[in-house]
Design a protein around this ligand. Structure first.
Ligand code: 5GP
Ligand code: ZN
Length: 112
């Protein structure tokens, strides 16, 4: 999508601090980290949120979780949280599917 921030980051039109990239997904550090380690993993294809996942585009989500498992192992993160906000009330501010990976500090539950 031409006006989507994360599509522009994936395309390299907006700079980002890359953690990992392959054919299907792109991982980069969050610009406003909420934990000592905080990066985002996004599909390269534009999907607006979890609510836009279906049988045709959903395989990338399993792939993203294998990438998260592998990256966190490499970074030495044994405990971490994976979050995806869907819609305004839940705090979604960028309408391109993304998984936050947060670690390196104690986490509270329930989340705020
Ligand atoms: P959401 O609020 O949609 O769950 O998460 C969007 C995340 O994207 C936020 O944590 C925000 O800090 C991050 N973000 C917004 N703009 C940029 C940017 O230009 N670069 C990077 N690296 N992260 C961004
Ligand atoms: Zn997009």
């Amino acid at each position: 999508m031409s006006d989507c921030l994360f599509c522009k980051i994936v395309a390299g039109e907006i700079p980002s601090s890359k953690v990992y990239e392959d054919k299907l997904c792109y991982a980069f550090y969050d610009i406003a980290p909420q934990a000592p380690t905080h990066f985002l993993v996004v599909p390269k294809a534009h999907i607006p949120s979890v609510a836009g996942i279906d049988e045709d585009n959903g395989a990338v989500v399993g792939h993203i979780f294998t990438v998260i498992a592998s990256l966190t192992r490499e970074l030495g993160l044994e405990s971490y949280r994976v979050v995806s906000n869907i819609g305004e009330q839940a705090g979604q501010s960028v309408n391109h599917l993304h998984f936050h990976v947060l670690g390196g500090r104690d986490m509270t539950w329930p989340p705020g």
